[in-house]
Design a protein around this ligand. Structure first.
Ligand code: ADP
Length: 630
């Protein structure tokens, strides 16, 4: 088995199943399986490729050959960034839409160095990921702890949430606290919508959405207005229950009066739903609507590290698509791409190869598009931008969850998580985010009707190959020997990473946005700036009192100003002014040294710059009608 998987990445990518929802949903899980083995792209919060600072030598010292990971990162367009000795292992998208695999050696099986203690993985809570996980562990020659830990493990693989095992104080858990919550339809919608309000042009990949019942009035008013301004084609909306997955409870409407009441006895949360503008012109292949399941690894929040699998799945409808009309609104096999629904259609075809059937690889679809002259590199880079921006939208809340569970100073594990992004391509090739699954299924078998009415779990070699590769690559990326070396992606000696500055900016700008005269205005008002300033000061000068921290940061800023301000007169007046006002406020006495030796610390400088937000600020034109959503 391990040989078989050891060379999995050499073989062409395969189609797997897709489903929709999160977690252990077989359907959803199945759909999510396509991953480009060992060719993730690591991007920082700005979308710029990042290479973990793991040199080949460091890795060899650590006694592992699983280092391919550190040298396997490709820039979006397929340009290869290599660090260390490296041969190129990752694949890339070519002009013709082909997904070419890099050359791989036998070491790709993830063999360990001779002396190293095998990494231990607690698989007792892995649920439906278990089979794929076991195979991956075998391939890496790591050690499975199937019955749960007695001694601490290096990695804990949870099937559902961070809390599947309680009281873990070390190692790594494959779930972030709060991710389950953040990926709920309403929460994701809220997070993206906030960003849409701040950066409408950058976040236009998410359909206009409303959260019901809270925003019912707003929704029906806008729906009426839309109908009046453009009666044809009549606008269509899709309603999605908050906690649903796999297409469960989803329906299309054209009038607020068609909204269905929540199930009797449903709790407050279950009564919520997201209603969303229906994308009426999706890209079709073989006259069928399809969506993309992309695997994304959130490896760390600080610094923000995101890997995107180059291979994905496409899940096909089973009834030829027609734009929504009153007659076809109820045709789920035409409008909903969920595997879990379409598998029940008589037209469903279990894929025999990666480019046929109801579930195909993303690469096979892109190849077809490329053959028709589509710029697939552009499509791919748009998809990556969508992923990064979505991650940036949820990170601030995730950090809050993280700190609630693992406050600074409290011993706790670090976290990583595989996410399943569901994306629809519009006819004009623009990607649209449908949802993010916090628990994409990693099942490597599917149910099949082997005789009329008789269903069996049938191994799916395609699922196995793709999903095992995803899990294995993830494990390699979180290999404890590499993690130690890779946490140095910092801007300054104050341990303040670029991603931190980004998130700080976004978080604070967002929280204070309501205080601005135009709440849609992106940027920092004075109060927000002051908050950010004090935060930076606290981070940079930890051991001082708050007043001293602020004073020290001012000194630092002044030193920087001096180096860039020409006239001595100007410098003097600036210095005096500040000293006087500080004295009057009873703050710490102005320091006589007043200058920090050496280059100015970047801790003070980055405030106005935001790697991930630069793109956003570039976006001048704003469409007033852009809204947020899942
Ligand atoms: P679930 O978690 O239940 O799968 P999704 O949000 O993924 O919910 O929606 C289910 C399916 O409905 C998607 O796979 C897609 O085919 C279709 N869909 C969802 N949102 C839209 C939309 N805004 N426009 C067009 N189709 C959509």
């Amino acid at each position: 088995m391990s040989d078989r998987h050891g060379d999995a990445a050499v073989r062409p990518p395969h189609v797997v199943e897709g489903g929709g929802g999160d977690d252990d949903d077989d359907d959803d899980d199945d759909d999510e399986e396509c991953f480009a083995p060992l060719s993730p792209v690591l991007l920082d919060a700005s979308g710029a490729p990042v290479i973990p600072p793991v040199s080949a030598r460091e890795c060899r010292n650590a006694g592992t050959e699983a280092v391919e990971v550190g040298r396997n990162l490709n820039r979006l367009g397929g340009e290869v960034l290599v660090q260390g000795t490296a041969k190129v292992v990752g694949g890339k998208w070519e002009e013709n839409g082909n997904y070419s695999r890099g050359i791989r050696g036998p070491e790709d099986a993830g063999t360990l160095g001779k002396k190293r203690r095998p990494v231990t993985v607690d698989t007792s809570k892995a649920k439906t990921s278990l089979e794929g996980l076991k195979i991956s562990i075998r391939q890496l020659k790591w050690r499975e702890i199937p019955t749960g830990r007695r001694a601490p493990c290096d990695i804990y693989w949870h099937g559902v949430s961070f809390h599947d095992n309680e009281n873990i104080t070390s190692g790594q858990v494959n779930k972030f606290p709060g991710m389950l919550e953040m990926s709920r339809k309403t929460n994701l919608s809220r997070a993206v919508r906030i960003m849409q309000e701040l950066f409408p042009a950058e976040y236009d990949f998410y359909p206009r959405s409303w959260i019901l019942p809270d925003e019912y009035q707003q929704f029906s008013a806008e729906m009426r207005a839309a109908k009046e301004s453009a009666p044809t084609p009549e606008p269509t909306f899709i309603v999605k229950p908050d906690g649903g997955s796999q297409g469960e409870g989803i329906y299309l409407i054209r009038d607020p009066g068609e909204l269905r009441p929540p199930a009797a006895g449903a709790g407050a949360q279950a009564r919520q739903s997201v209603v969303q503008e229906y994308v009426r012109k999706p890209l079709l292949v073989d006259k069928l609507k399809f969506d993309i399941r992309l695997y994304v690894l959130l490896k760390s929040l600080e610094p923000l590290e995101v890997y995107i699998a180059k291979e994905g799945l496409t899940r096909f409808c089973t009834e030829p698509y027609q734009e929504p009309s009153q007659k076809n609104l109820g045709h789920v096999f035409m409008h909903l791409t969920n595997y879990s629904l379409n598998v029940h259609s008589g037209n469903f075809v279990h894929s025999e190869s990666h480019n046929t059937g109801s579930k195909r690889t993303l690469s096979s679809v892109l190849r077809r598009l490329a053959a028709k002259g589509v710029d697939v590199k552009r499509v791919w880079s748009d998809i990556i931008a969508l992923v990064i921006k979505t991650v940036v939208a949820v990170v601030p809340q995730l950090k809050v969850y993280y700190q609630a569970d693992i406050p600074p100073g409290k011993p706790g594990p670090s976290c990583f998580q595989i996410l399943g992004f569901d994306i629809l391509l519009m006819k004009n090739l623009k990607p649209v985010l449908l949802e993010v699954n916090s628990n994409p299924s990693m099942r490597i078998e599917h149910e099949q009707e082997v005789a009329p009415g008789v269903f069996e779990c049938v191994p799916s070699p395609v699922d196995e190959e793709v999903k095992v590769a995803v899990i294995r690559d993830t494990l390699r990326l979180v290999d404890p020997a590499l993690s130690k070396a890779s946490s140095t992606c910092k801007l300054s000696s104050s341990s303040f990473s670029m991603a931190s500055v980004d998130i700080l900016y976004i978080d604070i700008a967002r929280r204070w946005s309501g205080a601005l005269p135009d709440s849609r205005e992106a940027g920092m008002g004075l109060q927000a700036f002051v908050e950010a300033f004090l935060y930076l000061a606290a981070r940079r000068f930890k051991s001082q009192t708050p007043r001293e921290q602020a004073a020290s940061l001012l000194d630092l800023c002044e030193a920087q100003l001096e180096s860039s301000t020409p006239g001595p007169e100007e410098r003097r007046s600036l210095s005096c002014g500040r000293a006087a006002s500080r004295g009057a406020a009873g703050g710490p006495k102005p320091r006589t040294h007043a200058r920090h030796p050496g280059p100015p610390s970047p801790a003070a400088a980055p405030l106005p710059r935001r790697a991930s937000s630069q793109d956003c600020r570039r976006a001048e034109p704003r469409s007033r009608d852009a809204h947020a959503e899942n």
